[in-house]
Design a protein. Structure first.
Length: 123
């Protein structure tokens, strides 16, 4: 969502919100770690525009990977109580307690096999 939608999210009861500049998986990982939760993204919730598919095909990459790990693709991501997602926001996954497992982000219930996004201090 655009940055201006942050106020709308706050009014709707967002429980956490972050700007997505390092990749959706990486930045939601910050929320998951800080909140001690698991966030599971649904791959079918994301549009894969034709230009993204074309670049992926030309480079032998997964188009979903561009959407999930590229920075600046989504301005804001937020978590909301069940049923509180405001108009204009798109539900792309679910948050769950860790129940003894490590906090983090999964895609369709499984660990993401590639990089999660930009890591500022990676060697």
């Amino acid at each position: 969502m655009p940055y201006g939608a942050g106020r709308q999210a706050a009014r709707a009861g967002a429980t956490a919100m972050i700007d997505v500049s390092d990749g959706l998986i990486a930045d939601l990982g910050h929320i998951a770690d800080a909140s001690d939760v698991r966030i599971d993204l649904r791959s079918d919730a994301f549009e894969l525009p034709d230009p993204v598919r074309a670049v992926a095909a030309a480079t032998g990459k997964d188009p979903l990977g561009f959407v999930l790990t590229g920075g600046e693709d989504h301005a804001l991501a937020a978590t909301f109580p069940a049923g509180a997602v405001p108009d204009g926001w798109v539900e792309v996954g679910a948050v769950a307690e860790t129940d003894g497992t490590a906090p983090g982000v999964t895609v369709d219930g499984a660990a993401w096999s590639g990089e999660g996004g930009w890591e500022h201090f990676r060697a």
